[in-house]
Design a protein around this ligand. Sequence first.
Ligand SMILES: Nc1ncnc2c1ncn2[C@@H]1O[C@H](COP(=O)(O)OP(=O)(O)OP(=O)(O)O)[C@@H](O)[C@H]1O
Length: 255
Amino acid sequence: MINLAGNKLMVNVENLSVSYRQQRKEVPALRGVSFAIPRGGTCALIGPSGCGKSTLLYVLSGLLGSFSGRVLVDDEPVQPLRRQTALILQDYGLLPWKKVFDNVGLGLDIRGINGRERTARVQRVLLEVGLWEMRDRYPSQLSGGQRQRVAIARALALEPDLLLMDEPFSSLDALTREKLQKQLLDIWQKKRMTVVLVTHSIEEAIFLGQIIIVLSEHPGRVVDIVENPRVGEPGYRKTPEFHALTTVLREKLIP
Ligand SMILES: Nc1ncnc2c1ncn2[C@@H]1O[C@H](COP(=O)(O)OP(=O)(O)OP(=O)(O)O)[C@@H](O)[C@H]1O
């Protein structure tokens, strides 16, 4: 499928609704959500706590298969364990008993990529995120920012064309957070995979999301889809446009 700007769509969600079953009652989590992300674009999902952001990410990853509506990833109906989709969860999902090197190789192990190919890919991504020196450490011997980078490296080792991230930087201090946001942007500019990121932070959404999807209170509906084409431009964070957009989003989220 092609969007209006002539780009192929990576994600196309039409009229998506999701409910959870809780004590024999249907609890709606998302209602009638529609949006599209072009291939190689970035998208930030933002909205109040409990509005269904993580649920939406689980649907895109294929982990949550019971929904109504249509969800296409690279023109195919979404399915579990798509090889080129990588998902980074909130707690990073690192195994404490495995060293950094093997934590990064975990996704490759699951997909049966081993031997020299595995070693080469793990080495390459550890160098990319600046963690090669830490390869023999255990997760407990790393800082929060380093652990997050291990999780990113693990995702990159899969050479994904769709990277899904659930609040990847929320537990980090402000400085580390900005550093890693910048690093993610650098990686995206190099590889141009499609990125979908859940965040609570308005600034993060504007810094990283070419498309910002604003969801309503639970059950989540799309309040607005904001286009933010200057993502990745040097110095964007310091521009008046960036600050103006901060105000616009704040008003949409806290009317
Ligand atoms: N397994 C489940 N069973 C029942 N209800 C659930 C389940 N998982 C989530 N929910 C409910 O669905 C709604 C959406 O949850 P979700 O975690 O997707 O929201 P969120 O926007 O990511 O929240 P937060 O910003 O607080 O992380 C919430 O009201 C939540 O309580």
